[in-house]
Design a protein around this ligand. Structure first.
Ligand code: MET
Ligand SMILES: [Zn+2]
Length: 774
């Protein structure tokens, strides 16, 4: 009945992205519901076999059951039947996937980042009348099925307080936590059902207790967790509960978590610290409580410092707990296995092999540490010394510290991060660009056709030579330029055909990065990315974007934006070294980008966009760390962009998140134009910007590109009218929410047509209304 050393969750995608393929086959009508369920079950079974093979205890509830067809928060919404009215006519998988992706009639739930990770969850919409009851037993059925295969799993479930703290009110101002009692009643039933099914342990993730960034206060959240779990745990008709507080420092929450009486608590010892003896004062019989010490970082890919982990585990033991080894978070944020890579590949830097631990290697680390903990550290003396050697050699490896890069960063001054007066810039840019009011543009990427993907893959495999590849890309760029001209878009993009991914593309061309071939992680639903590995000092050493931009600009008279990815986003969507500060890494990237910005400007670019979609995502969960973060993140953007002439227009782009909390930072970027996701939330961000006195250009997205739906002209015009009501129309731009690379051409052309028509319509209304001053 006792809990064994464990991980808080395993990657869901599958070693070969089996889940992605199965789900997409279902969406495309190539398989039916039964086929999808079968494929999903097969993957689940294979994963369980793998976990046992790697050494997790088959019988100690060490095998986490965290699979999902799309998202773990959506699974709770579905379980509770807590669906907004627009989905209520649907049932089963149709409803499930409509919630996630929308369909021709309904728009989907909003999507946003899961804490400070690059994983997106679907935001529940909760109102006073949202139905809440135990709608299905899918989670219990998965447990039962695994049991029938011979595995005692530990179901991993988002906790009720966290679920509601991550929800949004159905109407402005409604607090979803008002429905806590109803949700808790369902969890009570769920626990009973797990007990009946034979579950010995369940894991409840009350992650919200580590975050100051939610609309509810942290103290309030912690108090609710204590209250709710004290109640739920008072029943005897339930499995043991591992109450988990991953993804951050749980120090503040620790006493409350303990007072609930949960049999085990999991904490993040990568971001957080152990409780002090004071925190534990008044808690009796500590040895009857299990602490799952998250000493293995679940969200980055570096091999654990095993000696350091050993010390932490010993300290935890000294506090008096029964200690088990754990990960700091679910491993869903890291790829499956370093052994899937070909380490002879020059892109990879074979030194890295020893430095890295993907999910399967992390499990091996957990197993090794568990052996040390139970058999004595001598039992793993070899592993400990080998690990120490690797870390020492790593620090001395060429490229890890490059003098020229370090010196340039150290020499950065405030002046390097500062542009001239905005009014002067605005006048100079207006004279140079001469755009109509409400100028139309897109965010950068156009759909990636099968031909492009095929050419890129063939080029990567050496099947077509550089010249052929370049010709194909140029053909595509020219086609995309012509299309935008036909659509009568004002500011064009080259379409990013040459980019597999907006971060990886830069990682491949900058010094200091390595790129994997199989290191996929789930970004949202079936969408996976392959984060690059930033292991050394960063510098620019050759062409990046200028040749493609120059070609695009050479075939049109309209302005084409130069298109770069900013330092914060490169950091957020890569696996980043932990041996120097993020601020230092950001400045290294900023200087490399500053060189690229200068080259674009020299080539003639009048507009350069530096995307920072991840600016909000990296905001630390703790309030006390915000100021420092905002200083280095905003500072790095400015270092990248402030070198340009006043007549060069700097754009930035933000998406995928709630921006309310970082309006100051957005203004602090000092970009001339900011395009920002807004369609799904009906322009919510604009009043905030306006209150802040934001006076630079802003393009609130008017087309939600995460859904295959084509927005009508009327719908877009409606959003634009809302925008015009909350900010000065003279600063407004018209654009989609984000890049178009995940969309198909039919939807893209139809939507952009409507977007341009709507912009023209509203332009006319405004000039008739005399609201647009010349
Ligand atoms: C996630 S933000 C994407 C920005 C990028 N320029 C694109 O259009 O794809
Ligand atoms: Zn975007």
């Amino acid at each position: 009945m006792s809990l064994s050393s464990t991980i808080l969750g395993y990657p869901r995608v599958g070693r070969k992205r089996e889940l992605k393929k199965a789900v997409e086959a279902y969406w495309a009508g190539r398989s039916d519901a039964a086929g999808l369920k079968e494929a999903e079950a097969e993957l689940r079974k294979a994963n369980l076999a793998r976990l046992v093979e790697l050494g997790l205890d088959r019988d100690g509830s060490a095998l986490p059951e965290n699979s999902s067809l799309y998202d773990q928060v959506l699974d709770i919404t579905f379980l509770l039947g807590a669906v907004p009215e627009r989905f209520r006519g649907l049932g089963g998988l149709d409803q499930y996937f409509a919630l996630a992706r929308g369909n021709a009639e309904v728009f989907p739930l909003e999507m946003t980042k899961w804490f400070d990770t690059n994983y997106h969850y679907l935001v529940p919409e909760i109102g006073p009348d949202t139905p809440i009851s135990l709608k299905n037993t899918d989670l219990v059925d998965r447990f039962t099925e695994a049991k029938s295969w011979g595995y005692l799993t530990r179901p991993v479930i988002v906790g009720p307080v966290t679920y509601l703290a991550l929800s949004k009110g159905e109407t402005e101002g409604y607090d979803p936590l008002d429905r806590l009692e109803d949700v808790v009643a369902v969890y009570e039933q769920l626990l009973t059902a797990f007990k009946a099914a034979g579950a010995e342990w369940v894991e409840i993730d009350e992650t919200a207790v580590v975050s100051d960034n939610l609309s509810a206060s942290r103290d309030g959240i912690i108090a609710k967790v204590e209250q709710v779990w004290t109640h739920l745990l008072s029943s005897s008709n339930r499995p043991h509960v591992l109450l988990a507080a991953p993804y951050g420092d749980s120090t503040k929450a620790f006493p409350a978590l303990f007072r609930t009486g949960a049999e085990a608590i999991a904490i993040d010892l990568d971001r957080g610290t152990l409780p002090s003896a004071d925190d534990l004062a008044g808690i009796n019989n500590l040895s009857s409580r299990t602490l799952v010490a998250g000493v293995v970082d679940g969200r980055n890919i570096w091999a654990t410092d095993l000696n350091k982990a050993k010390d932490l585990l010993e300290q935890a033991k000294d506090l008096g707990f029964t200690v088990k080894v754990g990960t700091s978070t679910s491993l869903q944020h890291v790829p499956h296995d370093t052994d899937l890579e070909n380490w002879a590949d020059p892109e990879l830097n074979e030194n890295l092999h020893d430095w890295l631990a993907f999910a399967d290697q992390k499990i091996e680390e957990v197993v090794i540490l568990d052996r040390g903990l139970t058999e004595g550290w001598d039992a793993i003396a070899d592993e400990l010394s080998k690990n120490a050697d690797i870390l020492t050699r790593r620090a001395a490896t060429a490229g890890v510290a490059v003098d020229a890069v370090r010196e340039r960063v150290a020499a950065l001054t405030e002046a390097d991060r500062t542009r001239g007066d905005y009014a002067e810039r605005e006048a100079a840019q207006e004279a140079r660009l001469n755009l109509p009011p409400l100028p139309t543009t897109t965010i950068g990427s156009f759909p990636q056709t099968t031909e492009i993907r095929t050419s890129r893959a063939a080029h990567a495999r050496g099947e077509i030579d550089d010249a052929t590849y370049e010709d194909r890309m140029k053909e595509e760029i020219e086609r995309v330029i012509r299309l935008q001209e036909e659509l009568d878009i004002d500011v064009l993009v080259h379409g990013e055909a040459e980019r597999n991914d907006m971060v990886q593309y830069f990682a491949e061309l900058l010094d200091g990065f390595a790129v994997t071939k199989h290191g996929w992680v789930q970004s949202y639903g079936s969408r996976c990315t392959r984060p690059s590995i930033l292991w050394g000092d960063v510098a620019k050493s050759g062409d990046i974007s200028v040749p493609w931009w120059s070609f695009a600009q050479s075939v049109t008279n309209r302005p084409v934006k130069g298109m770069l990815t900013g330092p914060v986003t490169i950091i957020a969507w890569s696996f980043v070294r932990k041996d120097i500060s993020l601020g230092q890494v950001a400045d290294q990237i900023a200087l490399a980008l500053r060189d690229e910005v200068a080259d674009l400007e020299k080539a003639g670019a009048a507009i350069i966009q530096v995307d920072e979609p991840a600016l909000r995502e990296l905001l630390p969960l703790e309030q006390s760390k915000h100021a420092d973060y905002l200083e280095w993140s905003v500072g790095s953007f400015r270092a990248a962009t402030a070198g340009v002439d006043k007549a060069t227009q700097i754009h930035t782009h933000l998406c995928y998140s709630d921006f309310g909390q970082i309006i100051d930072a957005i203004a602090g970027l000092d970009a001339d134009v900011t395009s920002i996701e807004a369609a799904r939330s009906a322009m919510e961000v604009l009043p905030d910007l306006n209150d802040h006195g934001f006076s630079h250009g802003v393009g609130p997205g008017v087309w939600d590109i995460h859904s295959p739906r084509v927005p009508s002209t009327e719908e877009i015009a409606g959003l634009l009218r809302l925008a015009v009501d909350s900010v000065d129309p003279r600063i407004l731009w018209v654009n989609p929410d984000c890049g178009l690379k995940t969309r198909g051409y039919d939807e893209t052309v139809a939507s952009l047509k409507n977007l341009v028509t709507a912009a023209k319509q509203v332009r006319e209304e405004l000039s008739a209304d005399q609201r647009l001053l010349a």
